[in-house]
Each structure stands twice: as structure tokens, then as C-alpha cells.
Write a new protein. Sequence first.
Length: 437
Amino acid sequence: MVPRYSRPAMTAIWSPETRFGIWFEIEAHATEKLGELGVVPESAAKALWDWWATNPTIDVAAIDAIEAVTKHDVIAFLTWVAENIGDEARFMHQGMTSSDVLDTCLAVQLTRASDILLDDLDQLLAVLKRRAYEHKLTPTIGRSHGIHAEPVTFGLKLAEAYAEFKRCKARLIAARADIATCAISGAVGTFANIDPRVEQHVADKLGLAVEPVSTQVIPRDRHAMFFATLGVIASSIERLAVEVRHLQRTEVLEAEEYFSPGQKGSSAMPHKRNPVLTENLTGLARMVRAAVIPAMENVALWHERDISHSSVERYIGPDATITLDFALARLTGVIDKLLVYPARMQKNLDRMGGLVHSQRVLLALTQAGVSREDSYRLVQRNAMKVWESDGELSLLELLKGDEEVTAALSPQQIEEKFDLDYHFKSVDTIFERVFAD
């Protein structure tokens, strides 16, 4: 976790104080149910909750000092709680194993992280929708292979991003449900020394589902899918960031990041306005995706458990969620304040002498009885003249002066194929599909 790319609410989920607090709740809820079942005195859970109500501060340094001796984090925690509560604390952790605490805690942390990320996505979707409708019919050039293709609208670009992040949200909702499982099943997951009803009780209290069958750990395919989902969201962030970066290039300059008063673009060149935020988003996306392969490699553990996954998750849990939270918020800010230049978009559209209308002429010739091969040849030979003139020549005028073309199409029919609005006749249909909800 890098403070520069962190926000407080998400960071707090991964603090030692939060982690130990969740551990306490797991232990206290389990002890509570064990008391109801008559396995331990009911007074044990009461002692835990009474102490927690009056002393909710976790002494992280004290627990760390104990762990320095025990070399075991859960034992260190239990020892510290016992030192504060006294005799009743001996009934904590009855029939449980460390993974019951660790895995259930991680499930709580990841579900809380998911809720923040889902809120982030909602905010991004709202901004994308607003800007998409703002530029619903703002003409711009569509590009394939980076080369001018046919006209689109800038609103369509943003609507496409909206649809993509809407899918991201649906995936994250599913991943949240997949990761939100509780395991309080004891050593090797057989419930030999703890009643399954304890697991159900803890799950209910923490808003989790029970793990149908665990070993000594919750199966890591769940975690692999969760982090893979974060990786996909990061890739979607990068795709939109790369689009902005391209549009901000001097040669294009159809849109650019907001440049605030007093902001500097270069230590050497005072004129620079660089796409630093979206470049940063590309880098952050790489870091989120870096968690995906380790999460997948965590799936294959030895027999009923080993801890090869543990060190990995101590990294990727905080790092991936904190980084993605920051990245989503940053992207929302970029799109919210994005400077859009419709006049430059129109200038770029017109730059190549009408080449963007070549397909319509091609189709018109075929419909007029010219073979597709000849139609393509006729349009291309004129288009190449425009291309080689760097847009100084006009495709419309060249076609109107081509006897083979005018033998099939009248000048008026050719001119009709250069209507820009023709390309936008289905924009409403697309918007209805994307924003139907």
C-alpha cells in the first residue's frame, strides 16, 4: 500500500486495529453460540462483550510484542485478550483453528472492500452517463488501427464505457457474493470439535454465508475469482484512460484532462499540459492486475491446508483493493472534469477531404448495378488521391468528376452520401439499449 494512492475508508479496512477487531467479533460470536449450546458457560461470552463495550481499543503494539515470542499471530491475540479479560477468556477459541478466524476475517474485509468499490463504480457510472448524454450527438471521428474510419459521436464513446463498467459492477456483485463465506469448522474442516451451528451463528452475525465444505481453509478458487474480477475492472479503467491519453495528443487534441490553475506540466517546458492522471491510471491498472496470477496460484494448496497463500494475501488483499478504489475515484474525477473540444473534433473529421464517407459511395454504386469489385476500385482510386494529397483534394469533387462513377450515380446522388447526420440515425437506439435501466 502506497499512501499516495490510498483513500482513508478503504485503507482503514486493512489496518491492524480493524483486523483484530474482526477477530474479536468472530471469537465472541462463536463463544456466544457455544454458551447457548451448553459447551461453555454463557458467562464467558458476556465477559467478552462487556469488556469490548468498555475497552474497544486494540493495543496493536502489545499483541505484536507477544507475537515476537510466540511466532503465531492468532495465539498472540488470544493471549492479549486473556490478559485483559481474565479467567473467562479460556473458553475462547473452543474447537476452532486459526484459519477459522483468519479466513472469516478476510471474507469480512473483502466484502467491506467490495461495498466501497461498488459505490465507486456507481459514482463513475453516474458521471459517464451525464457526460454521454451531454455529447450524445457531438460528431467525432471513429478510428480503427488508429486511422480515420467513419464518424461516431463522443457520446457513443462514453456510452460504451458506461456499458463496460456496468458489466464490471455486475461481475463485482457476483464476486462479492462468492467471497462472502464463513468457515468455523475446526481442524481440517470436519467440525469434530465444534458444532456446525456455531459457524451458522457467526456467519449470520457477520453478514456472511457458510462455506458448504471447507478443508482447514476456505477454498481459494473464491479468492482467485475475486481478484480476477478486480483485474478486469482495472483493465476497463486502463482502456478508457488510454482513450483519453490518445485524444489529448497534440496532433489530435479532441479532449484533455482538466488543467488546474497553478498546475505545471513539465519542469523544463512551461507550455506542457500532459495526461498525467490517465497515465497514472495505466500504471495503477498494471498493479491491480499483478494480484491476479498470485491469487490463482493460491488455489492449489497442499491437502487440507498449508500457508503458502497467507503471505500472498497479506500483500494482494490491501494493495489490490486500495489501489483499485483510488483508481476508480481518479477516473471519475477525470471524466467529470474532462475538457471536450467539439470544434477540434469537427476539424479532424474534415481533415481528410471526406474520406470518411467512402463506404456509403461504395454501397450506392453496388446498389446502382456496379459489381462490388468495380465499385471498390472506383472509390479507392479517388480516395487514394485524397490520401496522397493529405486531404487537400476533395473526395466528393473527385467522384463527381469521375466518368465511371457518374455513369452510375448522379452528382446529387453522390452528394447525398456525404451527409454526416446519416451516421447518427441509430444513436437513440444505442442509448436506449445502454441506459435502459
